[in-house]
Design a protein around this ligand. Sequence first.
Ligand code: NA7
Length: 490
Amino acid sequence: MEEGAAHRAQKDLRFIVIGAGMAGILCAIKLKEAGYRNVAIFEKADRVGGTWRENTYPGLTCDVPSHSYTYSFAPNPDWTRHFPGGPEIYAYFEGVAQKYGVTEQIQFNEEIVSCVYGDGLWTVETKSGIVDQAEYVLAATGVLHHPAMPDIPGIDSFEGAIFHSARWDHTVPLDGKRIAVVGSGSTGVQIVSGLAERAGRLQHFQRSPQWIIAAENTPYTEEERASFRANPGNLHLDEGFIARTRIFSKAVSDANSAEIEDLEARVLANLETSVTDPVLREKLRPTYRAACKRIIMSPDYYEKIQMPAAELVTAKIERIEAKGIRTTDGQLHEQDVIALATGFKADMFLRPMNVVGRGGVQLNDLWAKRPSAYLAVSLPDFPNLFLLNGPTGPVGNFSLIDIAEQQLKYIFKLIDATEAGDYREISVTREAMADYDKRRIERAKGTIFASGCKSWYLDAEGVPTIWPWTFDEFRERMAAPDFQCYEMIA
Ligand code: NA7
């Protein structure tokens, strides 16, 4: 254990981790490894897994390659394919939590409703009335957690089964049924792939077409897995993925780069060569630039939407009626099941928790205009509270596990410095936060996300809320904190 960690362990500092998804499990493991024994983990659900617990829809896969979508310290040589399915990923997180003794540390079914700072301590309260206090809070509450229900008139009048993609009702029969999928983001596309061969008739309601990259999802052979088992150490350092991520990050952070042109050519070629019917091809052709919305990786969407049972509906939805979906061209599309793949409220982060910082500052007020956090981890006036995968971090086609690992190392450096100097609290200064936001917003204008489309990356004023610089720049900023940007108070 490093000196700083030993020092803090003696002080028996208490930590509260909010959430037991990918990032919460990571925090629990790394806190233990750093010598902290006084850790409380609160999880509002009855199981670990975060997004992989909530999303169970047919066709669910990860679109980051499996070996890059693992903790660096917990390789999984047994991944069955390049882009494994949801249940396999869920089992991985559950297995890691068990193996590292995290599961028994977690207080399940305990939703934190408030988090208030005062006198060097955070006081948290759960819905059931548990009150706990800690010097540090690590908020691992996820990015896309609150389903966005569409504002479609008549939605409650449907007589069949209707649910959001993140609330899939597995009691509802699907085979041979008339199914509608509303929404054409990554989720809607995956559901169509998952159901095209099962539904009696599958209608995909598309409001905006999407650019799609062809991504082969080949299974690993037994020989490959044997070789992974023989040498599991560096499996997460997939050179190909790292190189592709670097190119992709260059492409999206600069809307005028050669890299984005190359990407545009690839998605265009995928559309032109994969869709034979010219009418369907035009319906599927986006009018905005590639990667403006999160680019979709799919090995088979174009193939599946051309199957006899599948149909792309581009007429605007007017309302939902007892028997199905009425479009503005007057047609009633009768359904047995309607799956709403309509996305998430992407600006929630810690909310709806009532979070109150130093001097009574309310998080809701700080975020009244837009949610933001310095380098996605720290907030002014909210000392000793750190976010994992918080607002303005790199999201999109990167591994959020790698990002969370880098952020946590950075956060530990902040805590080490605070404790080594016998300070009581640390948080980003208001000036550093304001400067960061100014530069971030300015830079965001040059990214592909601001090139003229609507997406969950944009805030209420149309400013991209995600990391606008390259992934290498994120890595550099995470390598060592700039302590001039932080205030430490004794
Ligand atoms: P997204 O990417 O936010 O996609 C939501 C989709 O739902 C998108 O196609 C929307 O169309 C569509 N939508 C939303 N509201 C409506 C209404 N009222 N009517 C018709 N269509 C609607 O969410 P996903 O769940 O697919 O993916 C989220 C992330 O999860 C993904 O990026 C990965 O990071 C994992 P629009 O494009 O706005 O016209």
